[in-house]
Design a protein around this ligand. Structure first.
Ligand SMILES: Cc1cc2nc3c(=O)[nH]c(=O)nc-3n(C[C@H](O)[C@H](O)[C@H](O)COP(=O)(O)O)c2cc1C
Length: 309
């Protein structure tokens, strides 16, 4: 079973990657959060580049591109692949942000399927074997009518791997993922298919793999709340309370490390809150309240260790 950390802008960053390494619970590959690719700019976001250039985990990194202009995507894919730390390019056809979709990028590609087909095909033609994957949703609005055509496009473009977040753009992150479409993709495509959406326990992972026949899983929010999930999915134990405490304190340390000279107390706390947003269900309402308002790292560490005051 192949396990990938799903990309999450400002969350699955270098600090989080290093934290997974330190707790010895690593996926088979990382996917960076998306680099925005437009005809007018070829600037690659510095914080995402650090996930590539400073990755010392030994785990391959796939660089993700979000765009809707084939020449710009080809240009940026070549630029990224020229960096020694990039193991492949992942095309983002799933991001639901209105800002990104307005320009036809992310899940916006699923609203313009001829363009999606052209881009997927152009990237396939340009990128070496083994270095092109796609992450997509089930469609823009209606999976039942849109997903069959998306599958045709994927089959024609023949990427090396496909990750499917089993929701439409219209669902955003609500409702339930429908893994029956992933099962259909597994039966149709020749490349490995990875299932994505709401996997946060070994039982959910097993049920999803059993139902879909997928080659593996892409896991995002579940891995931020329980970073030991990769270890568990390889047969290791569930985390102890002490290990969860260690996780939070390592994450605080690694987040401080990536902020370097830009680190301010408040800025550091705000960065931590990006991860903690997915961990609050494990805290009491009082502790969550205090964490959300916290502006001091020693105080944050105290709440993370002992709960609310
Ligand atoms: C805060 C946040 C940021 C995200 N950023 C990206 C991104 O940069 N690229 C992408 O393809 N998906 C992005 N996603 C979607 C996730 O990769 C994933 O598909 C989604 O969260 C469902 O998987 P999960 O339930 O395992 O989290 C993001 C999701 C969240 C919550």
């Amino acid at each position: 079973m192949r396990l990938l950390l799903a990309p999450m802008q400002d969350v699955t960053d270098l600090a989080f990657m290093r934290t997974l390494q330190r707790i010895n619970s690593l996926p088979d590959a990382f996917i960076t959060a998306y680099f925005r690719s437009t005809p007018t700019t070829c600037a690659l976001a510095e914080h995402n580049l650090r996930c590539i250039d400073e990755n010392e985990t030994g785990v391959p990194v796939l660089a993700q591109l979000a765009g809707s202009d084939a020449p710009a995507l080809l240009r940026d894919a070549a630029m990224l692949l020229a960096r020694p730390g990039v193991a492949g390019i992942n095309l983002n056809a799933g991001c639901p942000s209105p800002l990104v979709n307005r320009h036809g990028a992310g899940a916006g590609l699923l609203r313009d399927l001829p363009r999606f087909a052209e881009i997927a095909w152009e990237l396939r033609r340009a990128l070496p074997a083994g270095q092109f994957s796609i992450k997509c949703r089930l469609g823009w609005e209606h999976a039942e009518t849109e997903f069959p055509r998306i599958l045709e496009i994927l089959a024609a473009a023949a990427p090396d791997e496909v990750g499917i977040h089993a929701r439409t753009r219209r669902q955003l992150y609500g409702g339930f993922p429908d893994f029956s479409y992933v099962q259909h993709a597994v039966a149709t495509l020749t490349c490995p298919v990875l299932a994505n959406g709401d996997i946060s326990t070994p039982a959910q992972a097993a049920a999803c793999l059993q139902a879909t026949g997928a080659a593996g899983l892409l896991i995002g929010r579940g891995a931020v709340r329980n970073p030991y999930l990769f270890r568990q999915l390889r047969g290791g134990p569930a985390p102890t309370l002490e290990e969860m405490r260690q996780y939070y304190s390592i994450l605080v340390e690694e987040t401080g490390r990536i902020l370097l000279h830009k680190r301010t107390e408040k800025g550091h706390c705000n960065r931590m809150k990006k991860y903690l947003a997915f961990c609050y269900p494990d805290f009491s309402p009082e502790a969550e309240y205090q964490l959300r308002r916290c502006t001091s790292i020693p105080e944050m560490l105290r709440i993370l260790e002992h709960g609310a005051a």
